[in-house]
Design a protein around this ligand. Structure first.
Ligand SMILES: Cc1cc2nc3c(=O)[nH]c(=O)nc-3n(C[C@H](O)[C@H](O)[C@H](O)COP(=O)(O)O)c2cc1C
Length: 235
């Protein structure tokens, strides 16, 4: 099994190496949205721009992207998009689309671990982390979880499932009574069964099964798909 995934990841790497640091065409975002309107969340707490509007559901868009948790220049890493000269992880980019379309606040899940910036060492590191069932220490925390009803949670698929940082994230919070809406980026594994994994980790939450999953090759161009999906699930 490991051999198969290594082959699969090797071809992903080939793709990434060729298409690394792809520049997002500036026509990708709808004209009425600002490219950098939603900056990453602060170090300690999500910013709560929509809490004042008591009628609409209060939305948080939390995401993990290795580009923000990497020990080397993110631009040289495998899964990065360039927007206006800023390197972004695929999952970060999709998170920003969702935040902008829903009016949600962004929260970046950051780890104490600085992951290797090149692909093979990263793949090995992540595999070891998974085999050892590790829980990477998180350095960002949601201090105002009570302010939110709906939590979008985004991540790349790593070794067919959630990165271990997401297990740390779900260990840290009890989302009972809230709605969790997963989204992921991947290179062929789709959802990888992750909504079900999240439902097991957060039994008190309503977890949307119809999560959004986009192949990394399409992530830069996902606006319409995100809009259609949000409509489908009622946002
Ligand atoms: C350690 C590692 C493991 C991965 N495992 C898978 C996998 O099992 N299935 C898959 O489809 N893609 C896999 N990928 C590809 C990533 O899911 C894909 O590149 C994703 O878009 C990265 O998102 P990010 O830029 O937000 O980190 C893997 C990538 C890495 C770095």
């Amino acid at each position: 099994m490991k051999r198969l995934l290594t082959l699969f990841l090797a071809s992903a790497l080939l793709f990434c190496a060729c298409g690394r640091s792809a520049e997002i065409p500036q026509t990708t975002r709808p004209a009425n949205t600002a490219a950098n309107a939603s900056a990453g969340a602060g170090e300690n707490a999500a910013e709560n721009d929509n809490a004042a509007d008591t009628d609409s559901p209060r939305i948080l868009v939390a995401y993990f992207a290795v580009a923000e948790n990497s020990e080397v220049d993110a631009v040289s890493s495998a899964s990065v998009l360039m927007e206006n000269g800023t390197a972004k992880g695929m999952s970060q980019y999709v998170a920003e689309c969702i935040a902008e379309m829903t009016g949600g606040d962004l929260f970046s899940i950051r780890t104490e671990t600085k992951y290797p910036g090149s692909y093979n060492p990263l793949a090995d590191y992540a595999k070891r982390e998974q085999d050892n069932d590790e829980r990477p220490v998180l350095t960002t925390h949601i201090d105002n979880l009570d302010d939110y009803d709906i939590i979008f949670v985004g991540y790349p698929i790593w070794w067919y499932t959630l990165p271990m940082a997401l297990f740390s994230f779900f260990d840290e919070y009890d989302f009972t009574g809230k709605t969790i809406i997963p989204f992921d980026t991947h290179y062929g594994s789709g959802r990888g069964g992750t909504p079900g994994v999240i439902a097991e980790l957060e039994p008190g939450a309503a977890v949307e099964k119809n999560s959004f999953a986009v192949n990394q090759t399409k992530a830069a161009d996902c606006w319409q798909d995100v809009a259609d999906w949000l409509k489908e699930i009622g946002y």
